[in-house]
Design a protein around this ligand. Structure first.
Ligand SMILES: [Zn+2]
Length: 283
């Protein structure tokens, strides 16, 4: 379900998942919209929500901005790391008061948000709501390679992102794309993030493109999204199983430690907000 329902419809003993897209708003060369990453994160989240419908997930509206200082300048709105951390902690704390979710899934597309992994661990520990970020940046990189869209070093606003925008929002592509738009700085992909972090993308590309947009292929873009959603679905199902197993172990050790029910009165051990547990179906 989505956030277009009254709060009274949000109550569910079956709900296992809250899915929150993390967008970013940044320059994507002269041909792609500045909300490219926001669109792709929201698309992945919506398809994941559909793919996991037996768990009654709730997809929240996306957070539109995140950590994009490497693209600073026209078209880019960036949040400080501490601002994004505060927003996500507050979101998790708010969800805790709903007494239904057991797992918060952050769906991210923006490569500059690798801080989200550490943040998810921190939110899990501090807010008592298990939180994970998917797809991992490494997972996106792998899917990117497996898509066969290009063999160029394609990092930003290149063949992959152009293929996805062509596949799902073709009218948003501005102007013709030619071989002249190809920009492939002589920097290994593994070092790309370090260059972006320390120098910003403009140090290596004046157009804002790092890759081969002229090689875009919308059919392959569509297949890449489908393949990623399938991987993400498997990952979430596995996470749900692990959350259930951990809750069962904690419950058993509590029962073992407290044979007398009257001692439960002083119990402040965090438990999953959803008292009922349902076993996720495995594909
Ligand atoms: Zn992007």
């Amino acid at each position: 379900m989505y956030a277009d329902q009254p709060a009274t419809q949000m109550a569910s003993s079956q709900r296992r998942l809250i899915i929150l897209p993390i967008g970013s708003c940044e320059q994507h060369g002269p041909h792609l919209p500045i909300d490219t990453d926001l669109r792709i994160a929201t698309l992945l989240a919506a398809k994941l929500t559909d793919a996991l419908r037996e768990n009654e997930p709730l997809q929240l509206p996306a957070i539109p901005f995140s950590c994009s200082w490497e693209h600073k300048g026209l078209g880019t709105i960036a949040l400080n790391v501490s601002t994004l951390a505060a927003v996500l902690h507050d979101t998790a704390r708010s969800l805790q008061t709903w007494h239904t979710p057991v797992l918060l899934i952050l769906v991210n597309w923006h490569g500059g948000n690798d801080l989200l992994g550490a943040l998810a661990t921190e939110i899990t520990a501090a807010e008592g709501i298990p939180t994970a970020v998917i797809p991992a940046v490494s997972q996106v990189g792998k899917a990117w390679d497996e898509s066969g869209i290009t063999t160029a070093k394609d990092i930003h606003a290149g063949a992959v992102e152009t293929s996805i925008i062509q596949a799902f929002w073709p009218k948003l592509i501005t102007g013709a794309i030619s071989a002249r738009d190809h920009c492939e700085p002589q920097i290994a992909p593994a070092k790309a993030q370090a260059v972006m972090q320390s120098l910003g993308i403009r140090a290596v590309t004046s157009s804002g493109i790092w890759g081969a947009p002229e090689q875009a292929d919308k059919a392959k873009g569509k297949r890449l999204i489908a393949a990623l959603v399938e991987k993400m679905r498997g990952q979430v199902i596995k996470l749900l199983e692990l959350v259930d197993e951990q809750a069962t172990r904690e419950e058993e050790s509590e029962d073992h430690a407290r044979p007398d029910d009257s001692r439960n009165l002083g119990d402040t051990t965090p438990r999953p907000a959803n008292g009922e547990r349902h076993h996720a179906s495995v594909s």
